[in-house]
Design a protein around this ligand. Structure first.
Ligand code: FEO
Length: 166
């Protein structure tokens, strides 16, 4: 069963959005790096890599479905922030936007009775639960730290020791 034009366009749009996410997270990583918060920078850089992997899943799926990839435009990412909390709040809001986009894709696959796309998208439905949870966990820890600089220092050191893995 061929992909419909609408489904192909939607999958390509999501592939671009995943790359846009990687771009946004690299800009956040750079902001942390400039602030000498290397653990938080590593966390965001690792997350950006995951987004590239997500984009590649869409890329591969498009070709597996005998279709093709088409890259959209990516705008300039936000590169300046008030404090670490604002960065992670922005990342959390971004992930919620990704989740809504994935759910809309599932709705489209269902409306088109495209079972292969629906099945492919299930991985992303689960992944988004984890992505939101991981970022929320960091958000809550940053809220606990508040303006207490030594707390931020130790949180950053902890993240650095994890090498950005999460
Ligand atoms: Fe690919 Fe973080 O969503």
């Amino acid at each position: 069963m061929n992909l419909s034009k609408k489904m192909r366009d939607a999958l390509n749009q999501q592939m671009t959005f995943e790359l846009e996410s990687a771009y946004a997270y690299m800009a956040m990583s750079a902001w942390f790096k400039t602030e000498n918060l290397d653990g938080l920078a590593a966390f965001m850089a690792t997350h950006a890599q995951e987004e590239v992997e997500h984009a590649m899943k869409f890329y591969d799926f498009l070709y597996e479905r005998l279709s093709s990839a088409e890259f959209g435009a990516i705008g300039k990412p936000k590169g300046s922030f008030k404090n670490p909390l604002e960065v992670i709040e922005t990342a959390f809001e971004h992930e919620q936007k990704v989740t809504r986009a994935i759910h809309q894709l599932v709705d489209l696959a269902r409306a088109e009775n495209d079972k292969a796309s629906e099945n492919f998208l299930q991985w992303f439905v689960e992944e988004q639960v984890e992505e939101e949870s991981v970022i929320d966990n960091l958000l809550q820890r940053l809220k606990l730290v508040g303006d207490f600089k030594p707390g931020l220092f130790f949180l950053d050191r902890e993240l650095a020791a994890e090498g950005g893995e999460h």
